[in-house]
Design a protein around this ligand. Structure first.
Ligand SMILES: [Mg+2]
Length: 231
């Protein structure tokens, strides 16, 4: 496939593009309960900025259990089924201004990818519930790796496989937690920290975000910054 050199923006999903009323956590709890026969409220797990594979690792460490990969896959598949049911009754809610941003970036020919802690199927269910799925042809997902930096590496590899030539200096990441910022920094990618989730601008700045925004209201400012940054 002929590769096309394109500026690339990688997006986190939850708290960055949309909110799904805590369904990610509830689907995880239900999926796990279905396979293990025991409902665990997972009070000891924080989901913001976490990855589904890491959540499962935390649960198993807590229970002092080890799962075979086939069992893990079974739990992930069930979580996606539970999420599908939850979203059918109550779709996600987009973060104000996210649709406008995606539309503008897509119209300018920017390649858009995902770096999310969600299981791939769950990522597309959430995006599909607000019709954002059409914007994202590739990404790195939380069923592949527990570590977000690894997920970001996987997204870059997926971009290449999709025919996008991601040149150094022409890619950035957008996320709402210090974990997104840390992943971008590990890879040497600039990160836009957007305080539309559970963390404030100061948290994201302290984590090392290259640019921090309260929300997407200054679209022109953001597009201008991206134009300058992604050469
Ligand atoms: Mg997030």
């Amino acid at each position: 496939m002929a590769k096309k050199r394109q500026p690339t923006v990688l997006f986190d999903i939850d708290g960055t593009l949309l909110d799904t009323h805590g369904f990610g956590r509830e689907a995880f709890i239900r999926g796990l309960a279905h396979v293990t026969g025991e409902r665990d409220e997972l009070a000891y797990v924080s989901f913001a900025g976490n990855t589904d594979r890491n959540v499962l690792d935390q649960v198993m460490a807590h229970r002092k259990l080890h799962l075979a990969e086939a069992e893990t896959r079974r739990i992930f598949a069930r979580i996606a089924e539970e999420l599908r049911d939850l979203l059918r009754a109550n779709p996600g809610k987009e973060i104000a201004g996210a649709r406008r941003l995606l539309k503008h970036l897509a119209a300018k020919g920017t390649a858009l990818g995902l770096v999310t802690g969600n299981i791939r199927a769950c990522a597309y269910l959430k995006l599909g519930s607000v019709r954002f799925d059409r914007y994202f042809g590739f990404g790195g997902f939380g069923d592949e790796h527990a570590d977000r930096a690894q997920i970001a590496r996987s997204a870059l590899a997926a971009a290449q496989a999709a025919g996008v030539e991601v040149a150094a200096g022409a890619v950035c990441l957008v996320g709402d937690t210090p974990f997104d910022v840390a992943a971008g920094r590990t890879l040497g990618i600039p990160v836009i920290g957007v305080a539309t989730g559970k963390y404030g601008p100061e948290d994201l700045r302290k984590a090392g975000a290259t640019l921090t925004m309260a929300d997407y209201s200054d679209l022109d400012g953001l597009l201008g910054w991206l134009g300058e940054t992604l050469k």
